[in-house]
Design a protein. Structure first.
Length: 401
C-alpha cells in the first residue's frame, strides 16, 4: 500500500494523466526498460448486444420506430461475438509481443490462466467463452461462472443489502453531482436526441416519458438505487443508437439522422457518459456494487488470497473477468481512473478491455499499470482487430493499489 506514492513521484506524468480525461493515447507512463510483466487481470466488457428493453417498449416510450434485432433483448449478437473475438485476438498478440503469452507452449500448471464470467447473463457467459477460446488457444482454458444471479464479484448487491451509511453516501454523491450545472456538451446532446427521437415529447410537459427534460432523481427499488428521469432515459437511448451502428444497421433505420449517423452518435453520447458519472462511477455506489471485484483484483496482484473466484492460486498469472460496462465504471471510481477515445464516443464501449498489470524491475521494485484497449466504432461495425499497440492508453492507478 505504501508503494504507489513512491511510484507516483517517479512517474509524475502518469499520475497526472490518470487523474484527468485523455484526449489521445499518446500521453502515458510506461514500464521501465528490462522490467518483467508478472501478472495481468483483464476486465473485458461483453460484445455488441441488443437493447435490454424490447422494441415494443422502446417504441411506446419514445414514439420512435426502433428496428427489430436478430436476438432477444440483452443478448449478444453473432456479429458481436465476431467483433469480440477479433478484439481478444488483438490483445493476445500484444501480450505475445511482450513475452507474457507464448505461441509455442502452454503453462504446465492448469491454474495459470483463469477465466471467470458473470453467470447472471448469457452475454457475459459467452464473453467468457470467447476469451477462453482466443486468449490462449490450444491451452485448454475453460470459462467458468457461478450459477444463478448471485455473484459478489460482479454485483455485491446480489449477496448483501446496502447499509444505512452506504445508502446515505450514495445519495450524497448523487446529490452533489446532479446539483452542478449540466456540462454544455451534455445539454447539447440532450437537445439533439430530443429532436431526433421525440421532437414533440415535451409538448405535454416534462412528466412525459418522451420528454428528456424530465427531472432526474434517484429511485430505490428492492433496496438498490436506480436513476430515473430524462437523462437516464436519454442516456440509454444514446447507447442504443451506438449499438445499432456497431451491429451494422442500415442508415435508414436511424430516421432523420440517416445522412450522418456517426456524427449524430458523437453528439448524443455525452449524455450516456454523463448518466454513468451520476451513479455508476461514483465511489460510494462503486464500493457497494463492485467492492468485491476491486478487492479480488488488488489481492491477485499483491499475491494475496482471492475470494469468490474458484481456481485462482499462487500459480495463476492471468485472470480474465468477463463482465459489463458497469463493472468498468466502478473500477474507474475505485482505482482513480478516467479516459476517453478519439475514435469511439463510448469510454466503456462493447469489447473494451481494462488490463491491470504488475511489472517487476531488475531491482525488485513492483510497478502497476492499467492499460485500456478498445475498438473504434468502425472497427466494431466491421468486426476488425484494432491496432492495440498504437491505440493503447496506459494509466497509473491513483488509488486502490
Amino acid at each position: 500500500m505504501k508503494m504507489l506514492p513512491t511510484f507516483c513521484r517517479i512517474l509524475t506524468l502518469g499520475c497526472v494523466v490518470s487523474a484527468g480525461l485523455l484526449s489521445a493515447p499518446r500521453l502515458y507512463a510506461a514500464p521501465k526498460e528490462n522490467a518483467v510483466l508478472e501478472k495481468v487481470v483483464f476486465l473485458g466488457r461483453h460484445g455488441v448486444r441488443s437493447p435490454t428493453k424490447s422494441v415494443d417498449e422502446l417504441r411506446l416510450m419514445t414514439g420512435f420506430n426502433w428496428p427489430e434485432w436478430p436476438v432477444k433483448p440483452g443478448e449478444m449478437t453473432e456479429h458481436g461475438e465476431q467483433a469480440l473475438a477479433a478484439m481478444v485476438k488483438a490483445v493476445r498478440g500484444r501480450y505475445v509481443q511482450q513475452g507474457f503469452l507464448s505461441t509455442q507452449k502452454c503453462p504446465s500448471d492448469s491454474h495459470a490462466f483463469v477465466v471467470w464470467a458473470d453467470g447472471a447473463d448469457h452475454r457475459t457467459q459467452r464473453t467468457g467463452e470467447i476469451w477462453a477460446q482466443n486468449i490462449a488457444p490450444s491451452c485448454g482454458v475453460v470459462a467458468r461462472w457461478a450459477e444463478g444471479k448471485q455473484n459478489p464479484i460482479y454485483n455485491g448487491l446480489s449477496v448483501q443489502g446496502i447499509s444505512t451509511s452506504d445508502h446515505m453516501a450514495v445519495l450524497k454523491d448523487f446529490m452533489t453531482l446532479s446539483s452542478r450545472p449540466m456540462p454544455p456538451a451534455v445539454a447539447a446532446g440532450l437537445a439533439h436526441l430530443q429532436a431526433w427521437v421525440a421532437p414533440g415529447g415535451c409538448v405535454l410537459g416534462h412528466k412525459s416519458s418522451e420528454c428528456f427534460r424530465m427531472p432526474l432523481s434517484l429511485e430505490w427499488k428492492d433496496g438498490k438505487p436506480h436513476l430515473k428521469g430524462g437523462v437516464a432515459t436519454a442516456g440509454m437511448l444514446a447507447e442504443n443508437f451506438l449499438l445499432m451502428q456497431a451491429e451494422g444497421f442500415p442508415a435508414e433505420d436511424f430516421g432523420p439522422e440517416h445522412a450522418d449517423v456517426e456524427q449524430a452518435i458523437q453528439l448524443v453520447m455525452p449524455v450516456h457518459e454523463y448518466e454513468s458519472r451520476l451513479l455508476r462511477r461514483t465511489p460510494a455506489y462503486a464500493r457497494v456494487k463492485n467492492g468485491f471485484m476491486a478487492a479480488a483484483i488488488r489481492n491477485f496482484l499483491m499475491d494475496r488470497d482471492v475470494k469468490n473466484i474458484p481456481g485462482v492460486s499462487t500459480k495463476t498469472r492471468m485472470l480474465v473477468l468477463a463482465g459489463h460496462d458497469s463493472n468498468q465504471d466502478a473500477m474507474m471510481a475505485l482505482f482513480g481512473l478516467s479516459w476517453r477515445f478519439a475514435d469511439q464516443p463510448d469510454s466503456t464501449a462493447p469489447d473494451t478491455v481494462m488490463a491491470f498489470e504488475r511489472w517487476r524491475r531488475p531491482n525488485g521494485r513492483r510497478e502497476f499499470f492499467v492499460r485500456i484497449y478498445h475498438q473504434s466504432l468502425n472497427e466494431l461495425r466491421n468486426a476488425q482487430e484494432p491496432d492495440v499497440k498504437r491505440n493503447v492508453i496506459t494509466l497509473v492507478p491513483r488509488r486502490g493499489l
